[in-house]
Design a protein around this ligand. Sequence first.
Ligand code: ADP
Ligand code: GN1
Ligand code: MG
Length: 374
Amino acid sequence: MDQNNQFDKSDKSQIMTIAQKFSAQKQVADIQPFGSGNINDTFLVSLQEESAQSFILQRINTKVFREPKLVMQNMRTYANHVRDRIQDSPLDRRWEIPQVLQTDRGQDYWQTESGEFWRSLSFIADSQSFDVMESIEQVREVGYALGTFHHLTSDLVPERLADTLEGFHITPRYFCQYEEALARSNFKRSPEVDYCLKFARDRQGLAHILEEAKAAGKLPLRTMHGDPKVNNILFDRQTKLAVSVIDLDTVKFGLVHYDIGDCLRSGCNPAGEETEQWQEVEFDTELCQGILQGYLSTARSFLTEYDYAYIYDAVRVITFELGLRFFTDYLAGSIYFNVKYPEHNLLRSLVQFRLVESIESQQSAINKIIKDIR
Ligand code: ADP
Ligand code: GN1
Ligand code: MG
């Protein structure tokens, strides 16, 4: 599979051989690219035995995660902690943690001779994820899932989690990286590029809001997921309830505001982050209310006055940050996010920047929702 997600026959047979190592002696029947993640390469592995549950196989993107063994260590720490916590005080509904599968040699990853790093996870049975939210019921579940994640990890000792991606969600650092990429790039001018250049210049001050609140001690550090966009939450196909938060590569100690912001940014954009109609992108405040209702149903107990005060900023800062990250990657030649065509990251940045504008134009409505919901 190359950067453009092409998947040829020789790739397939090599990947099937790797899948076989995680299959507990059962015969692998097929593998198919799966999901729509932007970082790792994900496959669904089916087995010949009909009753056997398919599983997930992933090639970790080692250009992003330089120390994938630390990622696996964090996943174990997280899974053991949450398992114990649920055993002590069970939730009143289905909640699943993806299990790391072992190879036939008892390891929780497989490294190829060329250095590729592969891991397997149990497939959460009868589940599915959505790139775009379809209803208020669904967004409430997304909020519930993030709140449950924060609740179940609220007593995880910070020293036990490694930082797997240095600088992740430190918005001012992304701004510096953007300026460096801009200085080095031979980009072509176009109305879209000019819009992004102006947007980044005009909003530079935004990058510092959350980090300054952190430095001033207004926002405490807690366990954060790092990447709770809506397609990293799995829903039960029958009950339609959220059952798991996946994509645990970036779990670390930080500001839950980046999580709340990311969940809102991805959940309240009905056009989706891959839309080509970027000018029509809108932030939907009804969906915002739904997510926050779901979130507060499990997270209310640990939120402070300042936490509430920074929710509005959180959503526009993280949206700006992501737009900047996509635009930087476009300028740098798409070396971070998986892309399907050269302008892909440019389009993605336009979508996020337009979403920031829509958030800003609805500031009072969003703040009213936050005030009323407390
Ligand atoms: P990426 O870091 O590239 O986003 P993810 O870990 O999010 O990779 O996986 C990509 C997609 O694969 C997810 O959005 C989800 O649809 C699916 N997926 C990943 N892990 C599981 C799992 N354990 N059970 C079911 N589906 C999964
Ligand atoms: C990436 O891995 P995935 O697709 O769930 C990225 C997030 C972005 C997201 C935007 C480790 O998430 O930070 O918000 O793309 N993950 C990493 O779609 O950089
Ligand atoms: Mg993902």
